[in-house]
Design a protein around this ligand. Structure first.
Ligand code: BGC
Length: 379
């Protein structure tokens, strides 16, 4: 890509913008087996960071970030073709909803009425069912260069879709600035009382998707003093357990792999690793630090700021070498980690968990910021 600077104005492949502006463009990613075209939006800043978003599922298909020597790599897992996102169940980079995570037995009650959702994960409902927000074509409403650059996607989920009540109008706004901050904001409104929990399901590998390195050596900090332990089917038991003295304590940086095989902790056995909701310290509704992850080799650092009450930390436990990614990498357990800001799993069935209810006239908002930087080599 050729860029040249002219009196504080830069010309980038024919696009003229103010200095510091981030370039945005629309494109076409590919075609699904049934002939539908999948549009894309790409935001690129002047520091080597870029993100490619697909109209299919609002998927983050590619996220390029520099290492401490300026070498750029794709730091998210994903597929080379659009159809694979429909065929394979891992939710790589996807927008998940209407209800991200699990609802016990797919059942919940609202104003005395019982609802039954699809049970697509053993006995439970997971990530909105087999045709959740990750499997539908969103509309790309706008793509604009600037500071920050912005892509706005929308989707209207009909009343009753997936078994959920209410017509839900959803937007997903992605912005990228020149400080290497990618912000994602989900908003939704409804015409009937309903439940909502929308998040992004990117699997990160800060070493790069095209390396044979897993994420067990990444050093993670989670700003969370408690988490919600789960039963055998990964539904929270209701307990809010202190992380102190357990393999779940990431309040000080620890490698993801250091304690993941600690079978004395039943929770790691049930989840086949980490697959748990952490209760983020601080005030829910406020954007606050949720996590910091550093790859000591490349120096890439990801900081996550989140407004949601919880973050699901999933260490890619169910990646079982059955899928092949963008760079022809066979994905194995631990090849990526997810940090999914959200309300707690099964909240609709627990009055003491954060509220997942949305009424007409209210706006659901879930905001997260992924900030990329680099750290120097440890001496
Ligand atoms: C869940 C995992 C699940 C994965 C599916 C995560 O959000 O916590 O249990 O296997 O999504 O890709």
């Amino acid at each position: 890509m050729v860029s040249r600077w002219l009196l504080g104005v830069f010309v980038l492949n024919g696009v003229v913008g103010a200095a510091g502006a981030v370039d945005a463009r629309r494109g076409e990613f590919g075609t699904l087996a049934d002939g539908r075209k999948v549009e894309s939006a790409e935001l690129t800043n002047s520091r080597g960071m870029s993100v490619r978003i697909l109209a299919l599922g609002g998927v983050i298909q590619q996220l390029m970030a520099s290492d401490r020597n300026g070498k750029v790599a794709d730091v998210v897992l994903g597929y080379a073709t659009a159809q694979q996102y429909l065929d394979q169940p891992q939710y790589f980079g996807a927008t998940v909803g209407r209800y991200a995570n699990r609802i016990a037995a797919g059942k919940f009650k609202l104003d005395g009425k019982q609802y039954q959702l699809e049970t697509n994960d053993g006995p439970n409902h997971l990530h909105g069912g087999t045709r959740g927000f990750d499997k539908v074509l969103w509309k790309i409403d706008s793509v604009s260069s600037g500071s920050p650059a912005k892509a706005v996607l929308s989707y209207v989920s009909a009343d009753g879709e997936g078994g959920y009540p209410g017509k839900l109008e959803v937007t997903a706004t992605y912005t990228l600035n020149d400080k290497n901050e990618l912000a994602i904001e989900y908003r939704a409104t409804t015409d009937k009382p309903t439940i909502v929990n929308i998040t992004n399901h990117s699997y990160f590998n800060l070493a790069g998707e095209d390396t044979p390195v897993d994420v067990f050596g990444h050093r993670m900090t989670l700003f969370a003093s408690q988490y919600t332990p789960v039963n055998q089917t990964l539904i929270p038991t209701g307990e809010r357990r202190s992380v102190a003295g357990t393999a779940f304590d990431f309040r000080q940086p620890q490698t993801i792999g250091a304690r993941i095989r600690q079978g004395s902790d039943d929770q790691l056995h049930i989840g086949r690793g980490y697959d748990h909701n952490y209760i983020v310290d601080g005030e829910p509704g406020q954007l606050r630090p949720a996590a910091r992850v550093e790859d000591p080799q490349s120096g890439r650092v990801l900081e996550l700021l989140a407004s949601a009450p919880g973050v699901q930390f999933y260490s890619g436990n169910f990646l079982d070498a059955t899928s092949v990614g963008k760079s022809r990498r066979v994905y194995r357990q631990g090849d990526g980690f997810c940090l999914e800001p959200q309300v707690f799993p099964d909240s609709p069935n627990r009055s003491d968990f954060p509220n997942a209810r949305l009424n007409p006239g209210q706006t659901y908002v879930n905001t997260m910021v992924l900030r990329f930087s680099t750290a120097p080599q440890a001496s």
